[in-house]
Design a protein around this ligand. Structure first.
Ligand SMILES: Cc1cc2nc3c(=O)[nH]c(=O)nc-3n(C[C@H](O)[C@H](O)[C@H](O)COP(=O)(O)OP(=O)(O)OC[C@H]3O[C@@H](n4cnc5c(N)ncnc54)[C@H](O)[C@@H]3O)c2cc1C
Length: 286
């Protein structure tokens, strides 16, 4: 059987699951994939495209959907490299599910806006839990480097091993700092905090993966075997560079935000700094 089209993925505007307004509620149909925890879940928060109606704009709406609805079918499990998320990441198929108006979360048409509010702190909690595992990975590697004798010296005293250790300490501390900054900013200014959480997500997901990969390296063959849990840590954390917005999607948004901030500053009177003086004397540093 062929599977449904990959769906929206990185591009939420391509969302195809639709909710049609009917008397007293909505009827939803569509296919979702990679739905973490779907097996065994009692309900799901469903995002579906909804038409403009009255004051409500055309857009996406969030619904609370009972997983026991006769129109919900949890489909094939998708076997990803991570193994420890309860309920896996299966397909979920929705066929004419009736959702009452009382199960609309917030207002109709504002689903994407709510998703942004939720995603800021949600990204940070992923960063925090994976940072904890990165610390554990580094500690495992440090314990190994302490006792492992190579070329007549402990591994921890060999320069190239110290490079791996030091880079991991730097990755952990920079991740820690950016998480703390983003969390404080979310509390003070949710919009700016959400934008910084995007920077934090890219930095942490890449840095944490590097820390785990270096820990595997320092532990040699045991690092890639099941004698130590490091290879499994690496597998668990790898999808984090893809879900909750891939590194590239976030970088794209980060770059656009940076350009737009600077454009607005210049439009508001800030001096344009990239004028090139073509006179023979050249530019002077101010
Ligand atoms: C383990 C796991 C759990 C998940 N859990 C859930 C869940 O619970 N609920 C849910 O709804 N979804 C979930 N997802 C889906 C996840 O949100 C998508 O996988 C993610 O949005 C990427 O979409 P995609 O897989 O279709 O890849 P695509 O959208 O095809 O993207 C592929 C690649 O394109 C590149 N790319 C993307 N944007 C840009 C850009 N602007 N510029 C350049 N390159 C770009 C990136 O390298 C990206 O990795 C989960 C995924 C995984 C792997």
């Amino acid at each position: 059987m062929t599977e449904p089209h990959p769906g929206a993925g990185s591009d939420p505007a391509a969302l195809r699951t639709e909710a049609r307004p009917v008397d007293g509620g909505w009827v939803v149909s569509g296919d979702k994939r990679f739905i973490s925890g779907a097996n065994g879940a009692a309900f799901m928060i469903l995002m579906a495209r909804t038409p403009a109606a009255g004051d409500a704009p055309e857009g996406a709406t969030m619904f609370l959907l009972d997983m026991n609805d006769p129109g919900v079918r949890v489909g094939r499990q998708i076997h990803t490299v991570d193994r420890y998320i309860d309920g896996g990441h299966p397909y979920v198929h929705l066929e004419d599910c009736f959702v009452p108006d009382s199960a609309v979360l917030g207002e109709v048409g504002l689903g994407f806006k709510y998703a942004q509010v939720r995603l800021g702190p949600a990204r940070l909690t992923h960063c925090m839990r994976w940072l904890g595992l990165a610390r554990r990975a580094l500690d495992t590697a440090l314990d190994r480097a302490e006792r492992r004798e190579l070329f007549g010296a402990p591994l921890r005293s060999l320069g190239l091993a110290q490079e791996l250790i030091a880079q991991s300490v730097i990755d952990i501390e920079t991740s820690n700092a950016i998480i703390a900054n983003a969390a404080a900013l979310i509390a003070a200014d949710p919009k700016a905090g959400s934008a910084l959480s995007s920077v934090a997500k890219v930095h942490c997901s890449e840095a944490i993966y590097r820390v785990m990969d270096r820990a595997v390296q320092l532990c040699g063959g045991d690092g890639v075997s099941d004698a130590l849990p490091l290879a499994q840590y690496l597998a668990e954390v790898r999808p984090f560079r893809i879900y909750d917005g891939s590194t590239e999607t976030h970088k794209w948004a980060i770059a656009r935000r940076a350009s737009s901030r600077r454009r607005a500053e210049v439009a508001a009177g800030s001096r344009f700094l990239a004028d090139v003086d073509t006179a023979p004397t050249g530019n002077k540093i101010p």
